[in-house]
Ligand binder design. Structure first.
Ligand SMILES: O=C(O)CCC(=O)C(=O)O
Ligand SMILES: [Fe+2]
Length: 230
């Protein structure tokens, strides 16, 4: 995406009416706005949201091309506003969403961290997300690795495009009630066949089309906690 394209998309995104997120009884510092589908972080419920404005549909087209999926399969656009110092805690995207997630970064750079494994064996990797770039999370990077955003240095926006695991009907709402440990078999990952020691990091495809292996960071750097309502 060019600087001009980013500027015009930012003008639209920055003017959106963002809403607060309450998770585990606390209000996160980042705020969000959903299009297409709305996901409630506390009740794990999906509801229909208003359609994406044309500028987001255009961005979705580019992101769908990058990921090699049909643009209409990216049913949700979640716009997140990160004020300086705000974070996104460790998570995997809910199993109600499909196998491919595409994220677009706007405004300023941040890191995205990845981890998996139990505490003593845990490895943490990170990639830099530069503004105007997009990343694709699929395979194990989507389903097995957790990801987080450590405190962002400056105001940043992201647009996360996600598929619904079941496009038709509303049966998947019951899946959304099942948090990760008990997620249905259909949500299991396609783990890369490569040996974990040779390819230890998650394969995250960035805009360049290069499958980059993330840089490993010390486990101590992996802690990202939701900041309080300050
Ligand atoms: O800010 C980002 O790009 C990460 C967004 C994310 O992880 C999510 O929306 O689930
Ligand atoms: Fe995520």
């Amino acid at each position: 995406m060019s600087s001009d394209e980013e500027r015009s998309l930012l003008a639209i995104v920055a003017a959106l009416d963002f809403r607060e997120i309450r998770m585990h009884g606390r209000t996160a510092r980042r705020t969000v706005r959903s299009f297409g589908v709305d996901y409630d972080f506390e009740s794990f419920q999906l509801t229909e949201a208003e359609p994406m404005p044309p500028a987001l549909q255009q961005a979705r087209r580019r992101c769908a091309d990058l990921a090699g999926v049909a643009e209409t399969s990216l049913a949700e656009a979640l716009v997140t506003r990160y004020p300086p110092g705000s974070v996104m805690g460790w998570h995997r995207d809910a199993p109600v969403f499909g196998p491919t997630v595409v994220g677009l970064s706007l405004g300023s750079a941040c890191l995205m961290r990845f981890r998996r494994g139990t505490a003593e064996k845990r490895r943490v990797y990170e990639v830099e997300l530069v503004p105007r770039s997009a990343y694709v999370l699929s395979g194990a990077a989507r389903s097995s690795w957790q990801h987080s955003i450590p405190p962002v240095p400056q105001l940043r926006y992201s647009v996360t495009f996600r598929q619904l695991r079941r496009a038709a009907g509303w049966q998947w709402i019951t899946w959304a009630r099942t948090p990760y440990p008990g997620r249905p078999a259909a949500c299991r990952l396609t783990v890369a066949a490569s040996s974990p020691s040779r390819h230890p990091g998650p394969a995250v495809r960035l805009t360049s089309g290069v499958r980059s292996t993330c840089r490993r960071v010390l486990p101590a750097h992996g802690a990202v906690h939701e900041a309080g309502p300050t």
